[in-house]
Design a protein around this ligand. Structure first.
Ligand SMILES: [Zn+2]
Ligand SMILES: [Zn+2]
Length: 246
């Protein structure tokens, strides 16, 4: 016991992580099988991943099939966030995000955070955020699911880029209907006044807002509006994936 106490803290932590890895092998987020030793993602799965590459929409970050500039959605509707960028094209990571969100695979968060920085490092550097925030869950959903995957991702990202994560930056103050079957206009109405941000925490801050998926941007807009109303300087968004028809 005395010998263990004499070991440096970092060494103990690494040994503990190794022991946990032996008992509960880390799973590759893409295929959900135990990952090869020392790796987070299998080599073959790595090849199947598609980072969302240029051309993307200059505003919402969605992949553009042709041309450059902004997408037709952003031409029709102004957003309250400054810009959004996504790490992956949706289809290649959809299963992983589903397990991360609904099946308790919270351990994917650290791998996703590292992928985010690897692929969106330049964007994050330019944004130069003072603070990370995430899209909050309602109390009911939080009780049912037990965790918020966007918060897990934001916490891990905070560790990787060394920018503070503020879970209290924005709260969901009203329950909303599930968004999946709603039109863009219905989504916007559904989210009206659903979020509230605390002035003291976000005032004059450049905020990086994190979520798992970008669809119409209605949620990002509603949360960004709450942050800006509370005095945030600017809100830039980042999601793991975006794509049409999600
Ligand atoms: Zn795999
Ligand atoms: Zn767009």
């Amino acid at each position: 016991m005395t010998d263990i106490l004499l070991l440096p803290k970092g060494l103990l932590k690494r040994a503990a992580v190794k022991a946990i890895d032996l008992i509960y092998p880390r799973r590759c987020p893409v295929c959900d099988e135990p990952a090869p030793a020392g790796e987070e993602i299998c080599l073959s799965c790595m090849k199947s991943l598609k980072a969302l590459k240029y051309p993307w929409c200059d505003k919402c970050g969605k992949k553009l099939n042709s041309g450059t500039g902004i997408c037709s959605d952003c031409e029709r509707k102004a957003h309250s966030f400054a810009r959004c960028r996504s790490v992956f094209e949706y289809p290649c990571i959809s299963g992983a995000i589903y397990r991360f969100k609904y099946l308790g695979r919270r351990e994917y968060a650290s791998c996703f955070a590292r992928c985010s920085v690897k692929i969106l490092g330049d964007y994050i550097s330019v944004v130069n955020p003072d603070m990370i925030a995430c899209v909050p869950l309602s109390k009911g959903k939080m009780l049912k699911r037990g965790y918020n995957q966007a918060q897990d991702l934001a916490e891990e990202l905070s560790k990787v880029i060394n920018v503070p994560f503020c879970p209290a930056a924005v709260r969901r103050i009203r329950n909303t209907s599930p968004m999946k079957l709603l039109s863009p206009a219905q989504r916007q109405k559904n989210l009206k006044n659903a979020f509230k941000s605390g002035q003291n925490v976000v005032k004059s801050k450049r905020i990086l807002l994190v979520d798992d998926i970008y669809t119409t941007g209605a949620t990002m807009d509603a949360v960004s509006s709450a942050l800006l109303e509370a005095g945030a300087e600017s809100v830039y968004c980042m999601t793991l994936a975006s794509g049409a028809g999600i």
